[in-house]
Design a protein. Structure first.
Lengths: 320, 320
């Protein structure tokens, strides 16, 4: 098997691209692919300050490295979720990665705010991933504002996007479909654009990139992400990809190009939404209600924890 | 396992409906389900004359029997495709079915018009299923007109519709998505409405109905329908259905309810289309061009066959 680009012996085969690459050409191909997604979708340019949300996994670390190497101004932001050893390893890998490359990294730990994911799970009946999503969105938005960033980049890859799209399509979640884009424009001046530069880059490709570049990332999945459904979607998409290479990329790319607009809210609805956005009484960020969804969650957790500590302090008295 | 409806021993389990039925209750359930699809989607009523397109397979024969038993006015129409023994068996089963029930059946044989599917496949490079589709559409439309029918009903079942929808979605074929409905309104006065009363009834359910009712149908698939892709879609959907029963029905039903309209042509486009319809110079049916797609196909086949018979008659002369 020879490299499609230079005819030297190839190290990796990409059926979806009907190509094979040696190490140097794969790295070139990977970086160019990310760069093209950024340019084609007008995600940002070298004058932008990009907040890269880094979890410590292969996707976000690969993304951060590519952006930094391509001369973009990046600010790393890691939210330490407080999920035991998994979160400790994730933070350690992220910090080591940034230090080795001299990259600017900011870390915020949920445990410091009594809001670690285990705390939240113990205090609310919401599914862990839903609560975690709400919390991440809040801290990412707040970090972009705090660090003067124009855009937030996340490491969602093609497999993530295809599985999410399949789930949204199987249930025709038209409101979710309207929001599944590689570039989400902000709906308020305190928010910034959110972009997914890896949305056409497969998990296999980011893993290959991380391996070739010697990136030391957290391999394990989040222990809360049992995600049976999402895994079924991924395996079904793998089957389709196997029969017809390129299926996932076509599915996501053509959705964005041809179908996404069909689900966009009507101009009247959209305008109504923006006008209805007020300010959260808790954190001061934009909100539809008196409290934003993050502050509602935080209030819920605080109430439960307060109640529990009351019960705990009352209990010994009764026993005595 | 007891019947969900009458608590007698059940004979069939339907995971998608979280139900099990004895024979009598399954037949009741099946008929009611078809009747509800017809009523809910306003497909037709007892004053309509329904042309039932019957292939001799389980779906179309089950459909025809249910419609006839429910008191709808039906006219059976069978198009004999001329695909060897398969087509002979299909015609024989259809005729026997109609005769045993005293139902009105009209048969048209493509071989009588030098247009059997093998003839067409020999004369054109179009895929067999595409050519067959064009031919069927023409003869179904013509038969509805000839026999004074208001509506054409086909036996497409849930598995067919879900697989087709998945294929259309994976490639975001927005024009096909716009046309994938259980009720297609005619775009010209010479056309009639086309409906799919079994669009929410699974293949397993129609097979069970046919078995329980002793319907003698053609079990084999069309030999041309290699349809690897369609089969992959069906197997992938079976997998999703297995993990989450009801997935197929939700996928198709919610598409119709929530998403289908998003792909409808804009009012301006729609109006333009209708105005642009003229009359086919060949068959007199409505057409966008000077010849409709059926007459173009027929002309192509005629030219090829004429050329071949010229060559054949010229050949001996050269040899002599």
């Amino acid at each position: 098997m020879k490299c499609t680009r230079c005819r030297e012996p190839a190290e990796v085969k990409l059926r979806a691209h009907n190509s094979a690459f040696c190490r140097a050409c794969f790295l070139f191909f990977f970086q160019r692919r990310v760069a093209r997604a950024i340019e084609h979708e007008r995600m940002f340019d070298t004058s932008s300050r990009v907040l890269v949300a880094v979890s410590g996994g292969k996707d976000s670390l690969a993304l951060w490295e590519v952006l930094a190497n391509d001369g973009y101004q990046t600010v790393g932001f890691h939210l330490a979720l407080g999920i035991g050893a998994y979160s400790e390893r994730s933070r350690a890998r992220t910090e080591a990665f940034a230090a080795a490359r001299g990259l600017e990294l900011h870390v915020r730990a949920l445990a410091d705010e009594s809001l670690s994911i285990p705390d939240v799970m113990g205090a609310t009946r919401r599914p862990a991933c839903a609560a975690c999503g709400t919390i991440k969105r809040h801290y990412f938005d707040a970090a972009a504002l705090e660090h003067g960033c124009d855009v937030i980049a996340t490491g969602h890859n093609l497999d993530d996007e295809a599985a999410r799209l399949l789930g949204n399509v199987l249930h025709w979640q038209t409101d979710h479909l309207a929001r599944q884009k590689p570039v989400m424009q902000p709906r308020h001046e305190k928010f910034v654009r959110k972009v997914k530069p890896l949305y056409l880059t497969s998990e296999f490709e980011t893993a290959t990139y991380a391996f070739m570049r010697g990136i030391d990332y957290v391999v394990e999945e989040c222990p809360n992400a049992v995600g049976a459904t999402q895994l079924t979607y991924k395996s079904v998409l793998d089957r389709l990809e196997d029969v017809s290479p390129g299926t996932k990329a076509g599915f996501v790319r053509d959705f964005v190009a041809r179908a996404s607009d069909a689900f966009a809210p009507k101009p009247a609805e959209g305008a109504g939404d923006v006008a209805a956005i007020g300010t959260c009484g808790g954190c001061g960020m934009p909100s539809f209600g008196t409290l934003c969804s993050f502050c509602s969650l935080r209030a819920e957790v605080d109430r439960k924890l307060a109640k529990r500590s009351q019960t705990a302090s009352a209990a010994p008295a009764t026993e005595a």
